[in-house]
Design a protein around this ligand. Structure first.
Ligand code: NAD
Length: 430
C-alpha cells in the first residue's frame, strides 16, 4: 500500500465525495456508539467498567487517578519534565494573548453597549491514548481552559495496565483538577451525563479516534462540545521549489496517528508529484509505525494530487478544508491569501506541523472532516461565554423608541411596545 497519484481534472464523482465529504469511518459506527452512550447514561460506572474491560482490555480499580499525575511528574526524567514545562509555557503564552477584554462603548447619545466574557464552570477534556500516547493533547486541552479561568477542569484518558507517565505528568503540569482513567465512547458519555464517580460537565473538548469523535457527535445537544476533532488530516500545497522529502515527511508524520488519518499533497508540477510519492514510500519503510502509516496512505481521502495550475491546487485545498495546511512554495503568503478554510496553517520549509503539534504555542486540537469551513481550533474563547450588556439613558431610549414600538406593533407584541411607551410617556410628562 502506498500513496496514489491522482490528476485533479480526472477525479470522478466518487473520488470527489471521498476527498471532500470524508468522515473517517464515523457514520458507519454511529449505531454502536449510541448503544454504548445509552448504557453509560442509564447504568453509570457499571457500564463504564464493563466497556473499559471490553475495549481497552483493562480491569480498572479506582477510576480516579488524579494523585498519580503528580507522582508521575515527580518520578519523570528531568529532560522530559523540562520539555513538558517548555511546551506548556509556550502554549500558555499564546493563549494568554487571546483572553478577550470586557468592553462598553457609546454607540449613540445615551446608548451604551458592550460585551463581557466569563469562563464556563465545568469542562471535560478528552486526552487520547489508545494507539499512541498524547501528553501534548493534555497541554493543548487543559492549558487554555485554565487560562480562561475554568473552575473545574476534568480530564479523561484511556486506561492501561501501565499508564503512560509522560501523559500523566503533562496533565499535572497543565493544571487539571480531576483525572479519570477512562477512554473512548464510555468516557465521553460519562462526562456528558455523569456517573457515580465522574461529575457531569457543561462542555466536552478534545481530540480522539473515530469512536471518540462519533461519541461527541452523539452527545452533542445534551452537552456542549467544541467541534469534531477526529483522525488527523493534512494538505501540503507544494511547488517545484519544495523539497519532496520535506513534503513526504509531513504526510508520513500525520499518517502515523491513525489508520483513518487522511494525508494529501497537491502540486501543479508533475515531477514534484512523482518525487513526493516516491519519497513517501521510501520514508514509510523506515518508520516504526509503518503499518498505521500505510493504512492511512491507502485511504480514499489520501493522495498526491496533480493540478493543472496553482489556482486549481488552491481551489482543491479550499474545498478540502483540511485540519492542517502546510504551504511550501516560492510565495507562501499569496497562496495563503487565497485559502480561507484550514484549521491551522504552517508556512514555509522550516515550519513542520510537528512544531504546532508540540511546542510552538498554537493549539493542535483542530476541526477535521471539513469542520474548518465553519470553525477554528481550540482557543481561550472555547472555554468562555459572552454576555452583552446595555444601558440607555432617557435620551438614548427616546432616540430609538419609535423604531422599537413600530416593530413591536408590527409583530403584534403589544406588551413589548407598552413597556417602552410607558417610559417615553413618563418622560413627556416631566
Ligand atoms: P483514543 O483515546 O482516541 O481512542 C482509544 C479508545 O478508543 C479506547 O479507550 C477505546 O475505548 C476506544 N475504542 C477502540 N476500539 C474500539 C471499538 N472497536 N469499539 C469501541 N471503542 C473502541 O486514542 P487513539 O486510538 O490513539 O486515537 C487518537 C486519535 O486522536 C487519532 O485519530 C489522532 O489522529 C487524533 N488526534 C486528533 C487531533 C485533532 O485535533 N483533530 C489531535 C490529536 C490527535
Amino acid at each position: 500500500m502506498s500513496i496514489e497519484v491522482h490528476t485533479i481534472a480526472d477525479l470522478g464523482p466518487d473520488d470527489r465525495v471521498a476527498f471532500f465529504e470524508r468522515d473517517a469511518g464515523i457514520d458507519a459506527i454511529s449505531d454502536d456508539v449510541h448503544e454504548i452512550v445509552e448504557r453509560v447514561r442509564t447504568e453509570g460506572d457499571v457500564a463504564v467498567r464493563e466497556y473499559t474491560n471490553e475495549f481497552d482490555g483493562v480491569t480498572v480499580g479506582n477510576l480516579e487517578i488524579t494523585d498519580q499525575c503528580e507522582r508521575a511528574y515527580d518520578e519523570l526524567e528531568d529532560d522530559v519534565c523540562e520539555a513538558i514545562e517548555t511546551a506548556a509555557a509556550n502554549v500558555r503564552e499564546f493563549h494568554e494573548a487571546q483572553v478577550p477584554d470586557d468592553w462598553r462603548e457609546e454607540f449613540g447619545p445615551g446608548r451604551e453597549l458592550g460585551r463581557r466574557f466569563r469562563p464556563i464552570e465545568r469542562v471535560g477534556v478528552y486526552v487520547p491514548g489508545g494507539a499512541a500516547a498524547y501528553p501534548s493533547s493534555a497541554i493543548m486541552g487543559v492549558v487554555p481552559a485554565v487560562v480562561a479561568g475554568v473552575e473545574h477542569v476534568t480530564v479523561v484518558t484511556p486506561p492501561a495496565d501501565e499508564m503512560n507517565p509522560v501523559t500523566l505528568a503533562a496533565i499535572h503540569v497543565a493544571g487539571a483538577d480531576a483525572v479519570y482513567s477512562v477512554g473512548g465512547v464510555q468516557a465521553i458519555a460519562g462526562l456528558a451525563y455523569g456517573t457515580e464517580t465522574i461529575t457531569r460537565v457543561q462542555k466536552i473538548v478534545g481530540p480522539g479516534n473515530k469512536w471518540v469523535t462519533a461519541a461527541k457527535a452523539a452527545v452533542r445537544g445534551d452537552v456542549e462540545i467544541d467541534f469534531l476533532a477526529g483522525p488527523s488530516e493534512i494538505v501540503v500545497v507544494a511547488d517545484e521549489t519544495a523539497d519532496p522529502g520535506d513534503v513526504a515527511a509531513e504526510l508520513v508524520a500525520q499518517a502515523e496517528h491513525d489508520p483513518n488519518a487522511s494525508v494529501v499533497a497537491v502540486t501543479a508540477d508533475s515531477d514534484t508529484a512523482a518525487a513526493i510519492a516516491a519519497a513517501v514510500d521510501e520514508q514509510a519503510n523506515a518508520r516504526e509505525r509503518e503499518e498505521t502509516i500505510r493504512a492511512a496512505l491507502d485511504n480514499d481521502a489520501s493522495g498526491v494530487l496533480l493540478a493543472r495550475s496553482m489556482s486549481e491546487a488552491i481551489l482543491f485545498t479550499e474545498e478540502y478544508a483540511p485540519e492542517h495546511l502546510s504551504i511550501i512554495t516560492d510565495d507562501d503568503e499569496s497562496v495563503l491569501e487565497r485559502i480561507d478554510s484550514a484549521g491551522s496553517v504552517f508556512l514555509g520549509p522550516n515550519t513542520p506541523v510537528a512544531a504546532g503539534d508540540y511546542a510552538s504555542g498554537t493549539n493542535h486540537v483542530l476541526p477535521t472532516n471539513g469542520g474548518a469551513r465553519v470553525t477554528g481550533g481550540l482557543s481561550v474563547e472555547t472555554f468562555m461565554r459572552s454576555t452583552t450588556v446595555q444601558r440607555l439613558s432617557s435620551e438614548g431610549l427616546s432616540e430609538i423608541g419609535e423604531t422599537i414600538t413600530t416593530l413591536a406593533d408590527a409583530e403584534g407584541l403589544e406588551a413589548h411596545a407598552a413597556s417602552v411607551r410607558r417610559r417615553l410617556d413618563d418622560e413627556s410628562s416631566d
